[in-house]
Design a protein around this ligand. Structure first.
Ligand SMILES: Cc1cc2nc3c(=O)[nH]c(=O)nc-3n(C[C@H](O)[C@H](O)[C@H](O)COP(=O)(O)OP(=O)(O)OC[C@H]3O[C@@H](n4cnc5c(N)ncnc54)[C@H](O)[C@@H]3O)c2cc1C
Length: 490
């Protein structure tokens, strides 16, 4: 494994040592990046472009991590991330996506109560298959926005943290009119619909809103051709060792020693740890000496949530021409929705996206059983639905390479956890969505943290080498002129 690289690049032999014998002090600065997701690849690209020797160790047999584009249907489908949140030039990923000319499909603007969807582009059904009138959907959406505005006041009044659920309860106590709108109606079915809609909105807010994310402008755009071309472009020419699961990281005064599952060790001046928070929580990577207490606490206290995708491919389109089909129910477990990929891509595909406990339960099913589960839900709302011809199922919660979908800040925990997770420890630098104070839980957040970790790491290793000629900026001034992003909606 190591020998192929050593032959092709004699300089690298000096830089990163890949053997059972430790050799100190190499001729040029070297960094090991652990994890080949967006954060790790961004860090490796930046370090490589700054003339630092880099090896990426990736446990899976592919790069991308929680970005995974599948082509088995004959066209791209994303089983992990699929949206660019914030289609604007300020988005850290905009220069790369713009240069590649990849098309985006807008599913919502900046101010949607549902984050990356618009309530107007939904067809909603109850558990008996009755479609909820669009007028009612809009009314409940507006009332929910008013409820959220009131929760902002509650947030300002109370010093202590509270859950969204608790804040909404306080708003209802104070504003009987708002509550009254939701329970007063001419028919029992209508009351049930309103309750179901409120439940769906609440659940959505809990899934998306707990991310504490800084919202970039420009709305939310689906990557029509998938995210893979972006990571492949960034990874081009890098030394990436697939199938290399790291089990131990030793840090010493002047370097790091990284042990891989097969027992091999690598040495470098520094390392960028870009594995998911779920993996750090599982303690499957041993740090020697132990990470400081403040870092261990941050790992323990930040939450990891789960979202999965069950992708159903049909031989024809039999559903309404909307972007989402939703099921409203009085329990969050019963609420669910299907993303209609036909609108954005022209392919007869619906993506069922369970979150929370439902996603955890689906993680335990076989692929066939999970696809059947989603299809049963679809049949409830569209009784004439024909069976899918192919399916794909993600398992981000149980996959040992991710152990969760994305981070969230849990109620009652300190507010500086993302920052604590990011702060370097000696010559270990940390990257990944869960280290992003600005955009956690996102691809552009992960990418941005990779660039930041690379910059910190570069400064540290170059300080040691004193190689001022290598002091070229990793990010910023050298970025080529930006190309506008291509976004549409029909
Ligand atoms: C279902 C789903 C939908 C999402 N939708 C969106 C979306 O639409 N838009 C958006 O912006 N974000 C979305 N996200 C979030 C986004 O995918 C992540 O925030 C981002 O991809 C994380 O990148 P990362 O580099 O931090 O981590 P990862 O992509 O998880 O990369 C970490 C890498 O480390 C590797 N690794 C793990 N353990 C080891 C080890 N011991 N040794 C070596 N390597 C190891 C993993 O295999 C992986 O490749 C979604 C996530 C999921 C799961």
């Amino acid at each position: 494994m190591g020998s192929a690289r050593d032959k092709s690049n004699p300089q690298s032999k000096q830089a990163i040592c890949y053997s059972n014998v430790e050799v100190r002090r190499s001729a040029s600065p070297s960094v090991i990046v652990i994890g080949g997701g967006f954060a790790g690849i961004a860090a490796a690209r930046a370090l490589h472009d700054a003339s630092i020797q880099v090896i990426v160790l990736e446990s899976r047999n592919r790069v991308g991590g929680r970005v995974r584009t599948d082509y088995s249907f004959g066209f791209p489908v994303d089983l992990g991330a699929s949206w660019l949140h914030g289609v604007c030039k300020e988005n850290p990923l905009a220069p790369v996506i713009g240069r590649l000319g990849l098309p985006l499909y807008r599913t919502s603007g900046d101010n949607s109560v549902l984050y990356d969807h618009d309530l107007e582009s939904y067809a909603l059904f109850d558990m008996d298959g009755n479609q909820v009138p669009q007028e009612l959907v809009s009314q409940v959406g507006k009332t929910f926005e008013a409820i959220l505005e009131e929760t902002n006041k509650v947030r300002e009044e109370f010093i202590e943290d509270m859950s969204i659920h608790q804040a909404i309860s306080i708003v209802f106590e104070r504003n009987p009119k708002l509550r009254g709108f939701l329970i007063r109606c001419c028919s029992g079915t209508c009351v049930e619909w309103k309750a179901g809609l409120l439940q769906m909105l609440r659940q959505y807010l809990s899934n998306a809103g707990t991310r504490h994310e800084e919202l970039l402008p420009g709305g939310h755009g689906l990557m029509v051709r998938g995210y893979l071309p972006v990571i492949n472009t960034l990874a081009k020419g890098l030394d990436i060792r697939l199938g290399h699961r790291v089990t131990k990281i030793n840090r010493r005064k002047n370097g790091v020693k990284v042990t891989v599952e097969n027992g091999k060790t690598l040495f470098a001046d520094a390392a960028v740890v870009a594995v998911p928070l779920g993996v750090l929580k599982s303690n499957t990577i041993k740090f020697e000496p132990r990470l400081p207490e403040w870092k261990e606490e941050a790992i323990a206290d930040l939450g990891v949530g789960i979202e999965n995708k069950i992708v159903l491919h049909f031989d024809r389109v039999f559903w309404p021409n909307v972007e989402f089909l939703g099921v409203v129910a009085e329990t969050s477990y019963g609420c669910s929705y299907f993303l209609n990929l036909h609108k954005a891509t022209g392919h007869a595909v619906l993506v069922y996206m369970p979150a929370g406990q439902l996603a955890r339960d689906i993680d335990k099913l076989s692929d066939d059983a999970a696809a059947n589960f989603a299809f049963i839900h679809l049949k409830k709302i569209l009784p004439d639905a024909s069976a899918p011809i192919q399916h794909l199922v993600s398992r981000w919660g149980s996959d040992i390479n991710s152990l969760g979908s994305y981070s969230y800040d849990a109620v009652g925990k300190p507010h500086d956890l993302y920052e604590r997770l990011r702060i370097p420890v000696d010559n270990l630098f940390f990257a990944g969505e869960a280290t992003s104070t600005d955009y956690p839980g996102s691809v552009h957040g992960a990418y941005h943290t990779g660039l930041m970790a690379a910059e910190d790491c570069r400064m540290r290793v170059l300080e040691r080498y004193g190689e001022l000629d290598l002091f070229q900026p990793v990010m910023g001034e050298d970025t080529p002129a930006s190309v506008p992003l291509l976004i549409s909606r029909i």
